[in-house]
Design a protein around this ligand. Structure first.
Ligand SMILES: Cc1cc2nc3c(=O)[nH]c(=O)nc-3n(C[C@H](O)[C@H](O)[C@H](O)COP(=O)(O)O)c2cc1C
Length: 264
C-alpha cells in the first residue's frame, strides 16, 4: 500500500500540481515520513563528483522552487542557471574558489530585484484580464490589489525614505524591515527570494541531488559577470551536484529545540 501511495506521489510530481485534488491527509504518515527523509538528506555538501545533471532534472527542480511563497505573490527573483563551463569557472572564482562551487555539476545564482516584482505585476494583470478561471468577484479583488501594489511601489521607491527610515528605525528598530526606500526594498526582495532558494534545496534533495547554499562570494563581481540590472541583490549562489562518496559531511548539530521554540 505504502509503495502504491509513493508511486502515486511520484506520478503526481511529474504533473503540474496546482489545483491538485490530492488530499495529503488521505495519505496518512507516508508524506510526513517522505518529507522527513528529504529534509534530513539535504546537507550542505562541499565536494561533488562534477558529473553532468540532465537539463530535465534541473528544470524540474527550478519549477518546484518557483512554487515557493512570496509576499503578494510578487516573485521578485530570478534563477541564473550557469550551464556554460567558462561562466561556471568565473562564478566559482567569485566564490573564492570554494570547493563546493568548483566541483559542482552546475550552479544556480539567485538574484532579486524590485523590477522583477513589477514584471510579475504586469504578467499577473494580463492574466487576470484574459483568464476565465477567475470569476468577476476575484478579478475585481485582484485589480484592487494590483492598484495597491503599484501605488506602494511608486511611493516606496522614493530616495526620501532613506534618511527618514534611518531616523524611524533608530526610534523604532522593529520598523527597520519595512520595504520602503531603495535599500530596504532590496533587502525585501532578497528576503523573498530565499523562500524560493530553500524550496530549491529541498526539491534538489527530493530529486536525489546534493546542494550547497553559499553566500561567500563577491556579489559585485557576480552581478557584473551576469550583467544583472542595476538595483539587483544576489542573496545566494547554490552549488548542485552529487556528493563524492568520500565527501566530508559532519554529524548534524542544531540548537536544542526548546531554545528555538518559544511557547506563548
Ligand atoms: C545563507 C547561507 C549561506 C551559506 N554560505 C555558505 C558558504 O559560503 N560556504 C559553505 O561552504 N557553506 C555555506 N552555507 C552552508 C552552511 O554552512 C550549512 O547550511 C550549515 O552549516 C548547516 O549544515 P547543513 O546545511 O548540512 O545542515 C550557507 C548556508 C546558508 C543558509
Amino acid at each position: 500500500m505504502a509503495k502504491q501511495v509513493l508511486a502515486y506521489i511520484i506520478f503526481r510530481m511529474n504533473k503540474p500540481l496546482e489545483n491538485s485534488q490530492l488530499n495529503l491527509a488521505d495519505l496518512g504518515s507516508v508524506t510526513w515520513e517522505t518529507f522527513r527523509v528529504i529534509n534530513a538528506s539535504r546537507r550542505a555538501v562541499r565536494h561533488f563528483d562534477g558529473m553532468p545533471i540532465s537539463d530535465e532534472v534541473v528544470l524540474a527542480v527550478l519549477a518546484e522552487a518557483q512554487l515557493a511563497p512570496s509576499s503578494k505573490n510578487l516573485q521578485p527573483y530570478c534563477f541564473h542557471w550557469i550551464k556554460d563551463a567558462r561562466v561556471h569557472e568565473a562564478i566559482a572564482a567569485t566564490c573564492r574558489n570554494q570547493r563546493a562551487a568548483k566541483s559542482a555539476s552546475t550552479l544556480i545564482v539567485v538574484s532579486a530585484n524590485s523590477a522583477y516584482g513589477l514584471r510579475t505585476l504586469n504578467g499577473w494583470e494580463a492574466h487576470v484580464e484574459q483568464t476565465d478561471t477567475l470569476d468577476d468577484k476575484s478579478k475585481a479583488y485582484h485589480r484592487q490589489e494590483l492598484n495597491l501594489c503599484r501605488r506602494f511601489d511608486r511611493i516606496s521607491r522614493l530616495w526620501l525614505w532613506e534618511p527618514l527610515m534611518v531616523l524611524i528605525s533608530w526610534l523604532y528598530p522593529m520598523l527597520d524591515l519595512l520595504p520602503v526606500g531603495p535599500s530596504r526594498t532590496r533587502h525585501w526582495v532578497a528576503r523573498n527570494s530565499l523562500y524560493a532558494a530553500q524550496t530549491l534545496l529541498l526539491a534538489a534533495a527530493a530529486s536525489g541531488l546534493d546542494s550547497c547554499p553559499m553566500e561567500g562570494f563577491s556579489a559585485r563581481q557576480v552581478a557584473r559577470l551576469l550583467k544583472l540590472p542595476r538595483g539587483s541583490a544576489v542573496p545566494l549562489v547554490i552549488a548542485l551536484g552529487r556528493r563524492m562518496p568520500n565527501a566530508r559531511i559532519e554529524p548534524r548539530w542544531r540548537v536544542p529545540l526548546e531554545q528555538v521554540v518559544v511557547v506563548h
